[in-house]
Design a protein around this ligand. Structure first.
Ligand SMILES: NC(=O)c1ccc[n+]([C@@H]2O[C@H](COP(=O)([O-])OP(=O)(O)OC[C@H]3O[C@@H](n4cnc5c(N)ncnc54)[C@H](OP(=O)(O)O)[C@@H]3O)[C@@H](O)[C@H]2O)c1
Length: 329
């Protein structure tokens, strides 16, 4: 079978190759084997390949934080999934054609779901949900501001905020995105820049903003924090600039703002397996109904992994880059 191997940390397309490796073999008791139908290339995967992610295993290693698969065999004692089921995998190393994992690591998703969207179910929808539930208690009428609003996470935040009555200010890098974000339910859309706080104040008529979601870092964190009401919270959950977040002392001391961090794994670790399965059952249904989705720009075969990761690093994409390791999905 084919599997992606990272031989050296650095520029991702230089360090990755598509290798022929032995098949995974039959499942032992309690294990599940599934074929990988599709996986996305997320910013965290790029950072993993660069060697700047929190996990830096010995090489060669196989990247891939998420995927959608179809079960091809189950070991003795596995009852919660069966052959033919679509599953997401809670474990990594998914840039491959086939996986053999512990049964408890896979969660079945409804067969009616769009396979391409299901490939992106594990990380970004749950991230968007927990950013809205776990950082500050939000009630209907509250305002949230976020940058990278046109990213997959950003779009999901807009979709999940709307039914909660939470209003969103959406910061992006180009005006041409305003129409599609407003169609998703964005209340206000603005362009990032030095005058962000004044523009946001005008657009929101000075409404207090309690939470800022930042995945750009660097000075962008300071610009976002300048939009928050006294006592507000900036949650840093990514760094598209590869910089550390910057906040002014006056925002922290005089403004009483807090800067906190979020990572999905820690958010899920506070929950039981049953609670995690319930979260994915709900998000999976919303994806199956089309309520939650992320646009896709291109799907590559696994052999073209270098082109795929190079594409995933381009700015101003219209959507995510996916790989379909076992043929078109
Ligand atoms: N902490 C967690 O648990 C967690 C989980 C999931 C995702 N994340 C983070 O969430 C962020 C979004 O992920 P995603 O998968 O939704 O992304 P995505 O769909 O691949 O979109 C990438 C986004 O980053 C923007 N961007 C790229 N380079 C930038 C720069 N130098 N300055 C400002 N914006 C830039 C792009 O804007 P343009 O269209 O203008 O290029 C686009 O909005 C990433 O930082 C990711 O690491 C964190």
């Amino acid at each position: 079978m084919k599997q992606i191997l990272l031989d050296r940390y650095g520029q991702p397309e230089d360090g990755l190759r598509c290798a022929d490796v032995p098949d995974v073999g039959a499942p032992a008791a309690g294990e599940v084997v599934f074929e990988v139908l599709a996986f996305p290339i997320n910013p965290a995967d790029i950072s993993f390949c660069r060697g700047t992610y929190r996990l830096k295993p010995e090489l060669p290693a196989t990247p891939g934080a998420e995927c959608i698969g179809r079960v091809t065999a189950v070991g003795a004692g596995v009852t919660h999934v069966k052959v033919g089921d679509l599953v997401i995998n809670l474990q990594r190393e998914n840039w491959t054609q086939e996986r053999r994992v512990k049964g408890e690591d896979v969660i079945a998703v409804s067969d009616g779901i769009d396979i391409q969207q299901a490939a992106m179910l594990r990380i970004n929808p749950a991230t968007a949900l927990l950013l809205l539930t776990d950082i500050v208690p939000l009630k209907p009428g509250d305002w949230v501001i976020q940058n990278v609003a046109n990213s997959a996470v950003g779009r999901l935040v807009i979709r999940l905020a709307r039914p909660r009555g939470v209003k969103t200010v959406n910061v992006v890098r180009r005006e041409s995105l305003f129409g599609e974000l407003k169609a998703l339910g964005a209340d206000v859309c603005v362009i990032d820049g030095p005058d962000l706080a004044e523009v946001v104040k005008t657009q929101t008529h000075g409404a207090p903003i309690r939470l800022g979601l930042d995945a750009v870092s660097g000075r962008a964190t300071a610009r976002l924090s300048a939009c928050l009401a006294e006592g507000g919270v900036v949650c840093n959950y990514g760094s598209m600039t590869s910089e550390d977040p910057v906040m002014s002392r006056s925002a922290l001391i005089s403004g009483g703002l807090s800067l906190v961090g979020f990572i999905l794994g820690r958010g899920l670790a506070t929950r039981s397996l049953d609670q995690i399965r319930a979260i994915y059952a709900d998000l999976g249904q919303q994806v199956a109904k089309g309520n939650l989705s992320a646009p896709i720009e291109m799907i590559y075969p696994i052999e073209d992994i270098k082109e795929a990761v190079a594409h995933a690093q381009r700015g101003e994409r219209s959507g995510k880059i996916l790989v379909a390791p076992n043929g078109p999905v």
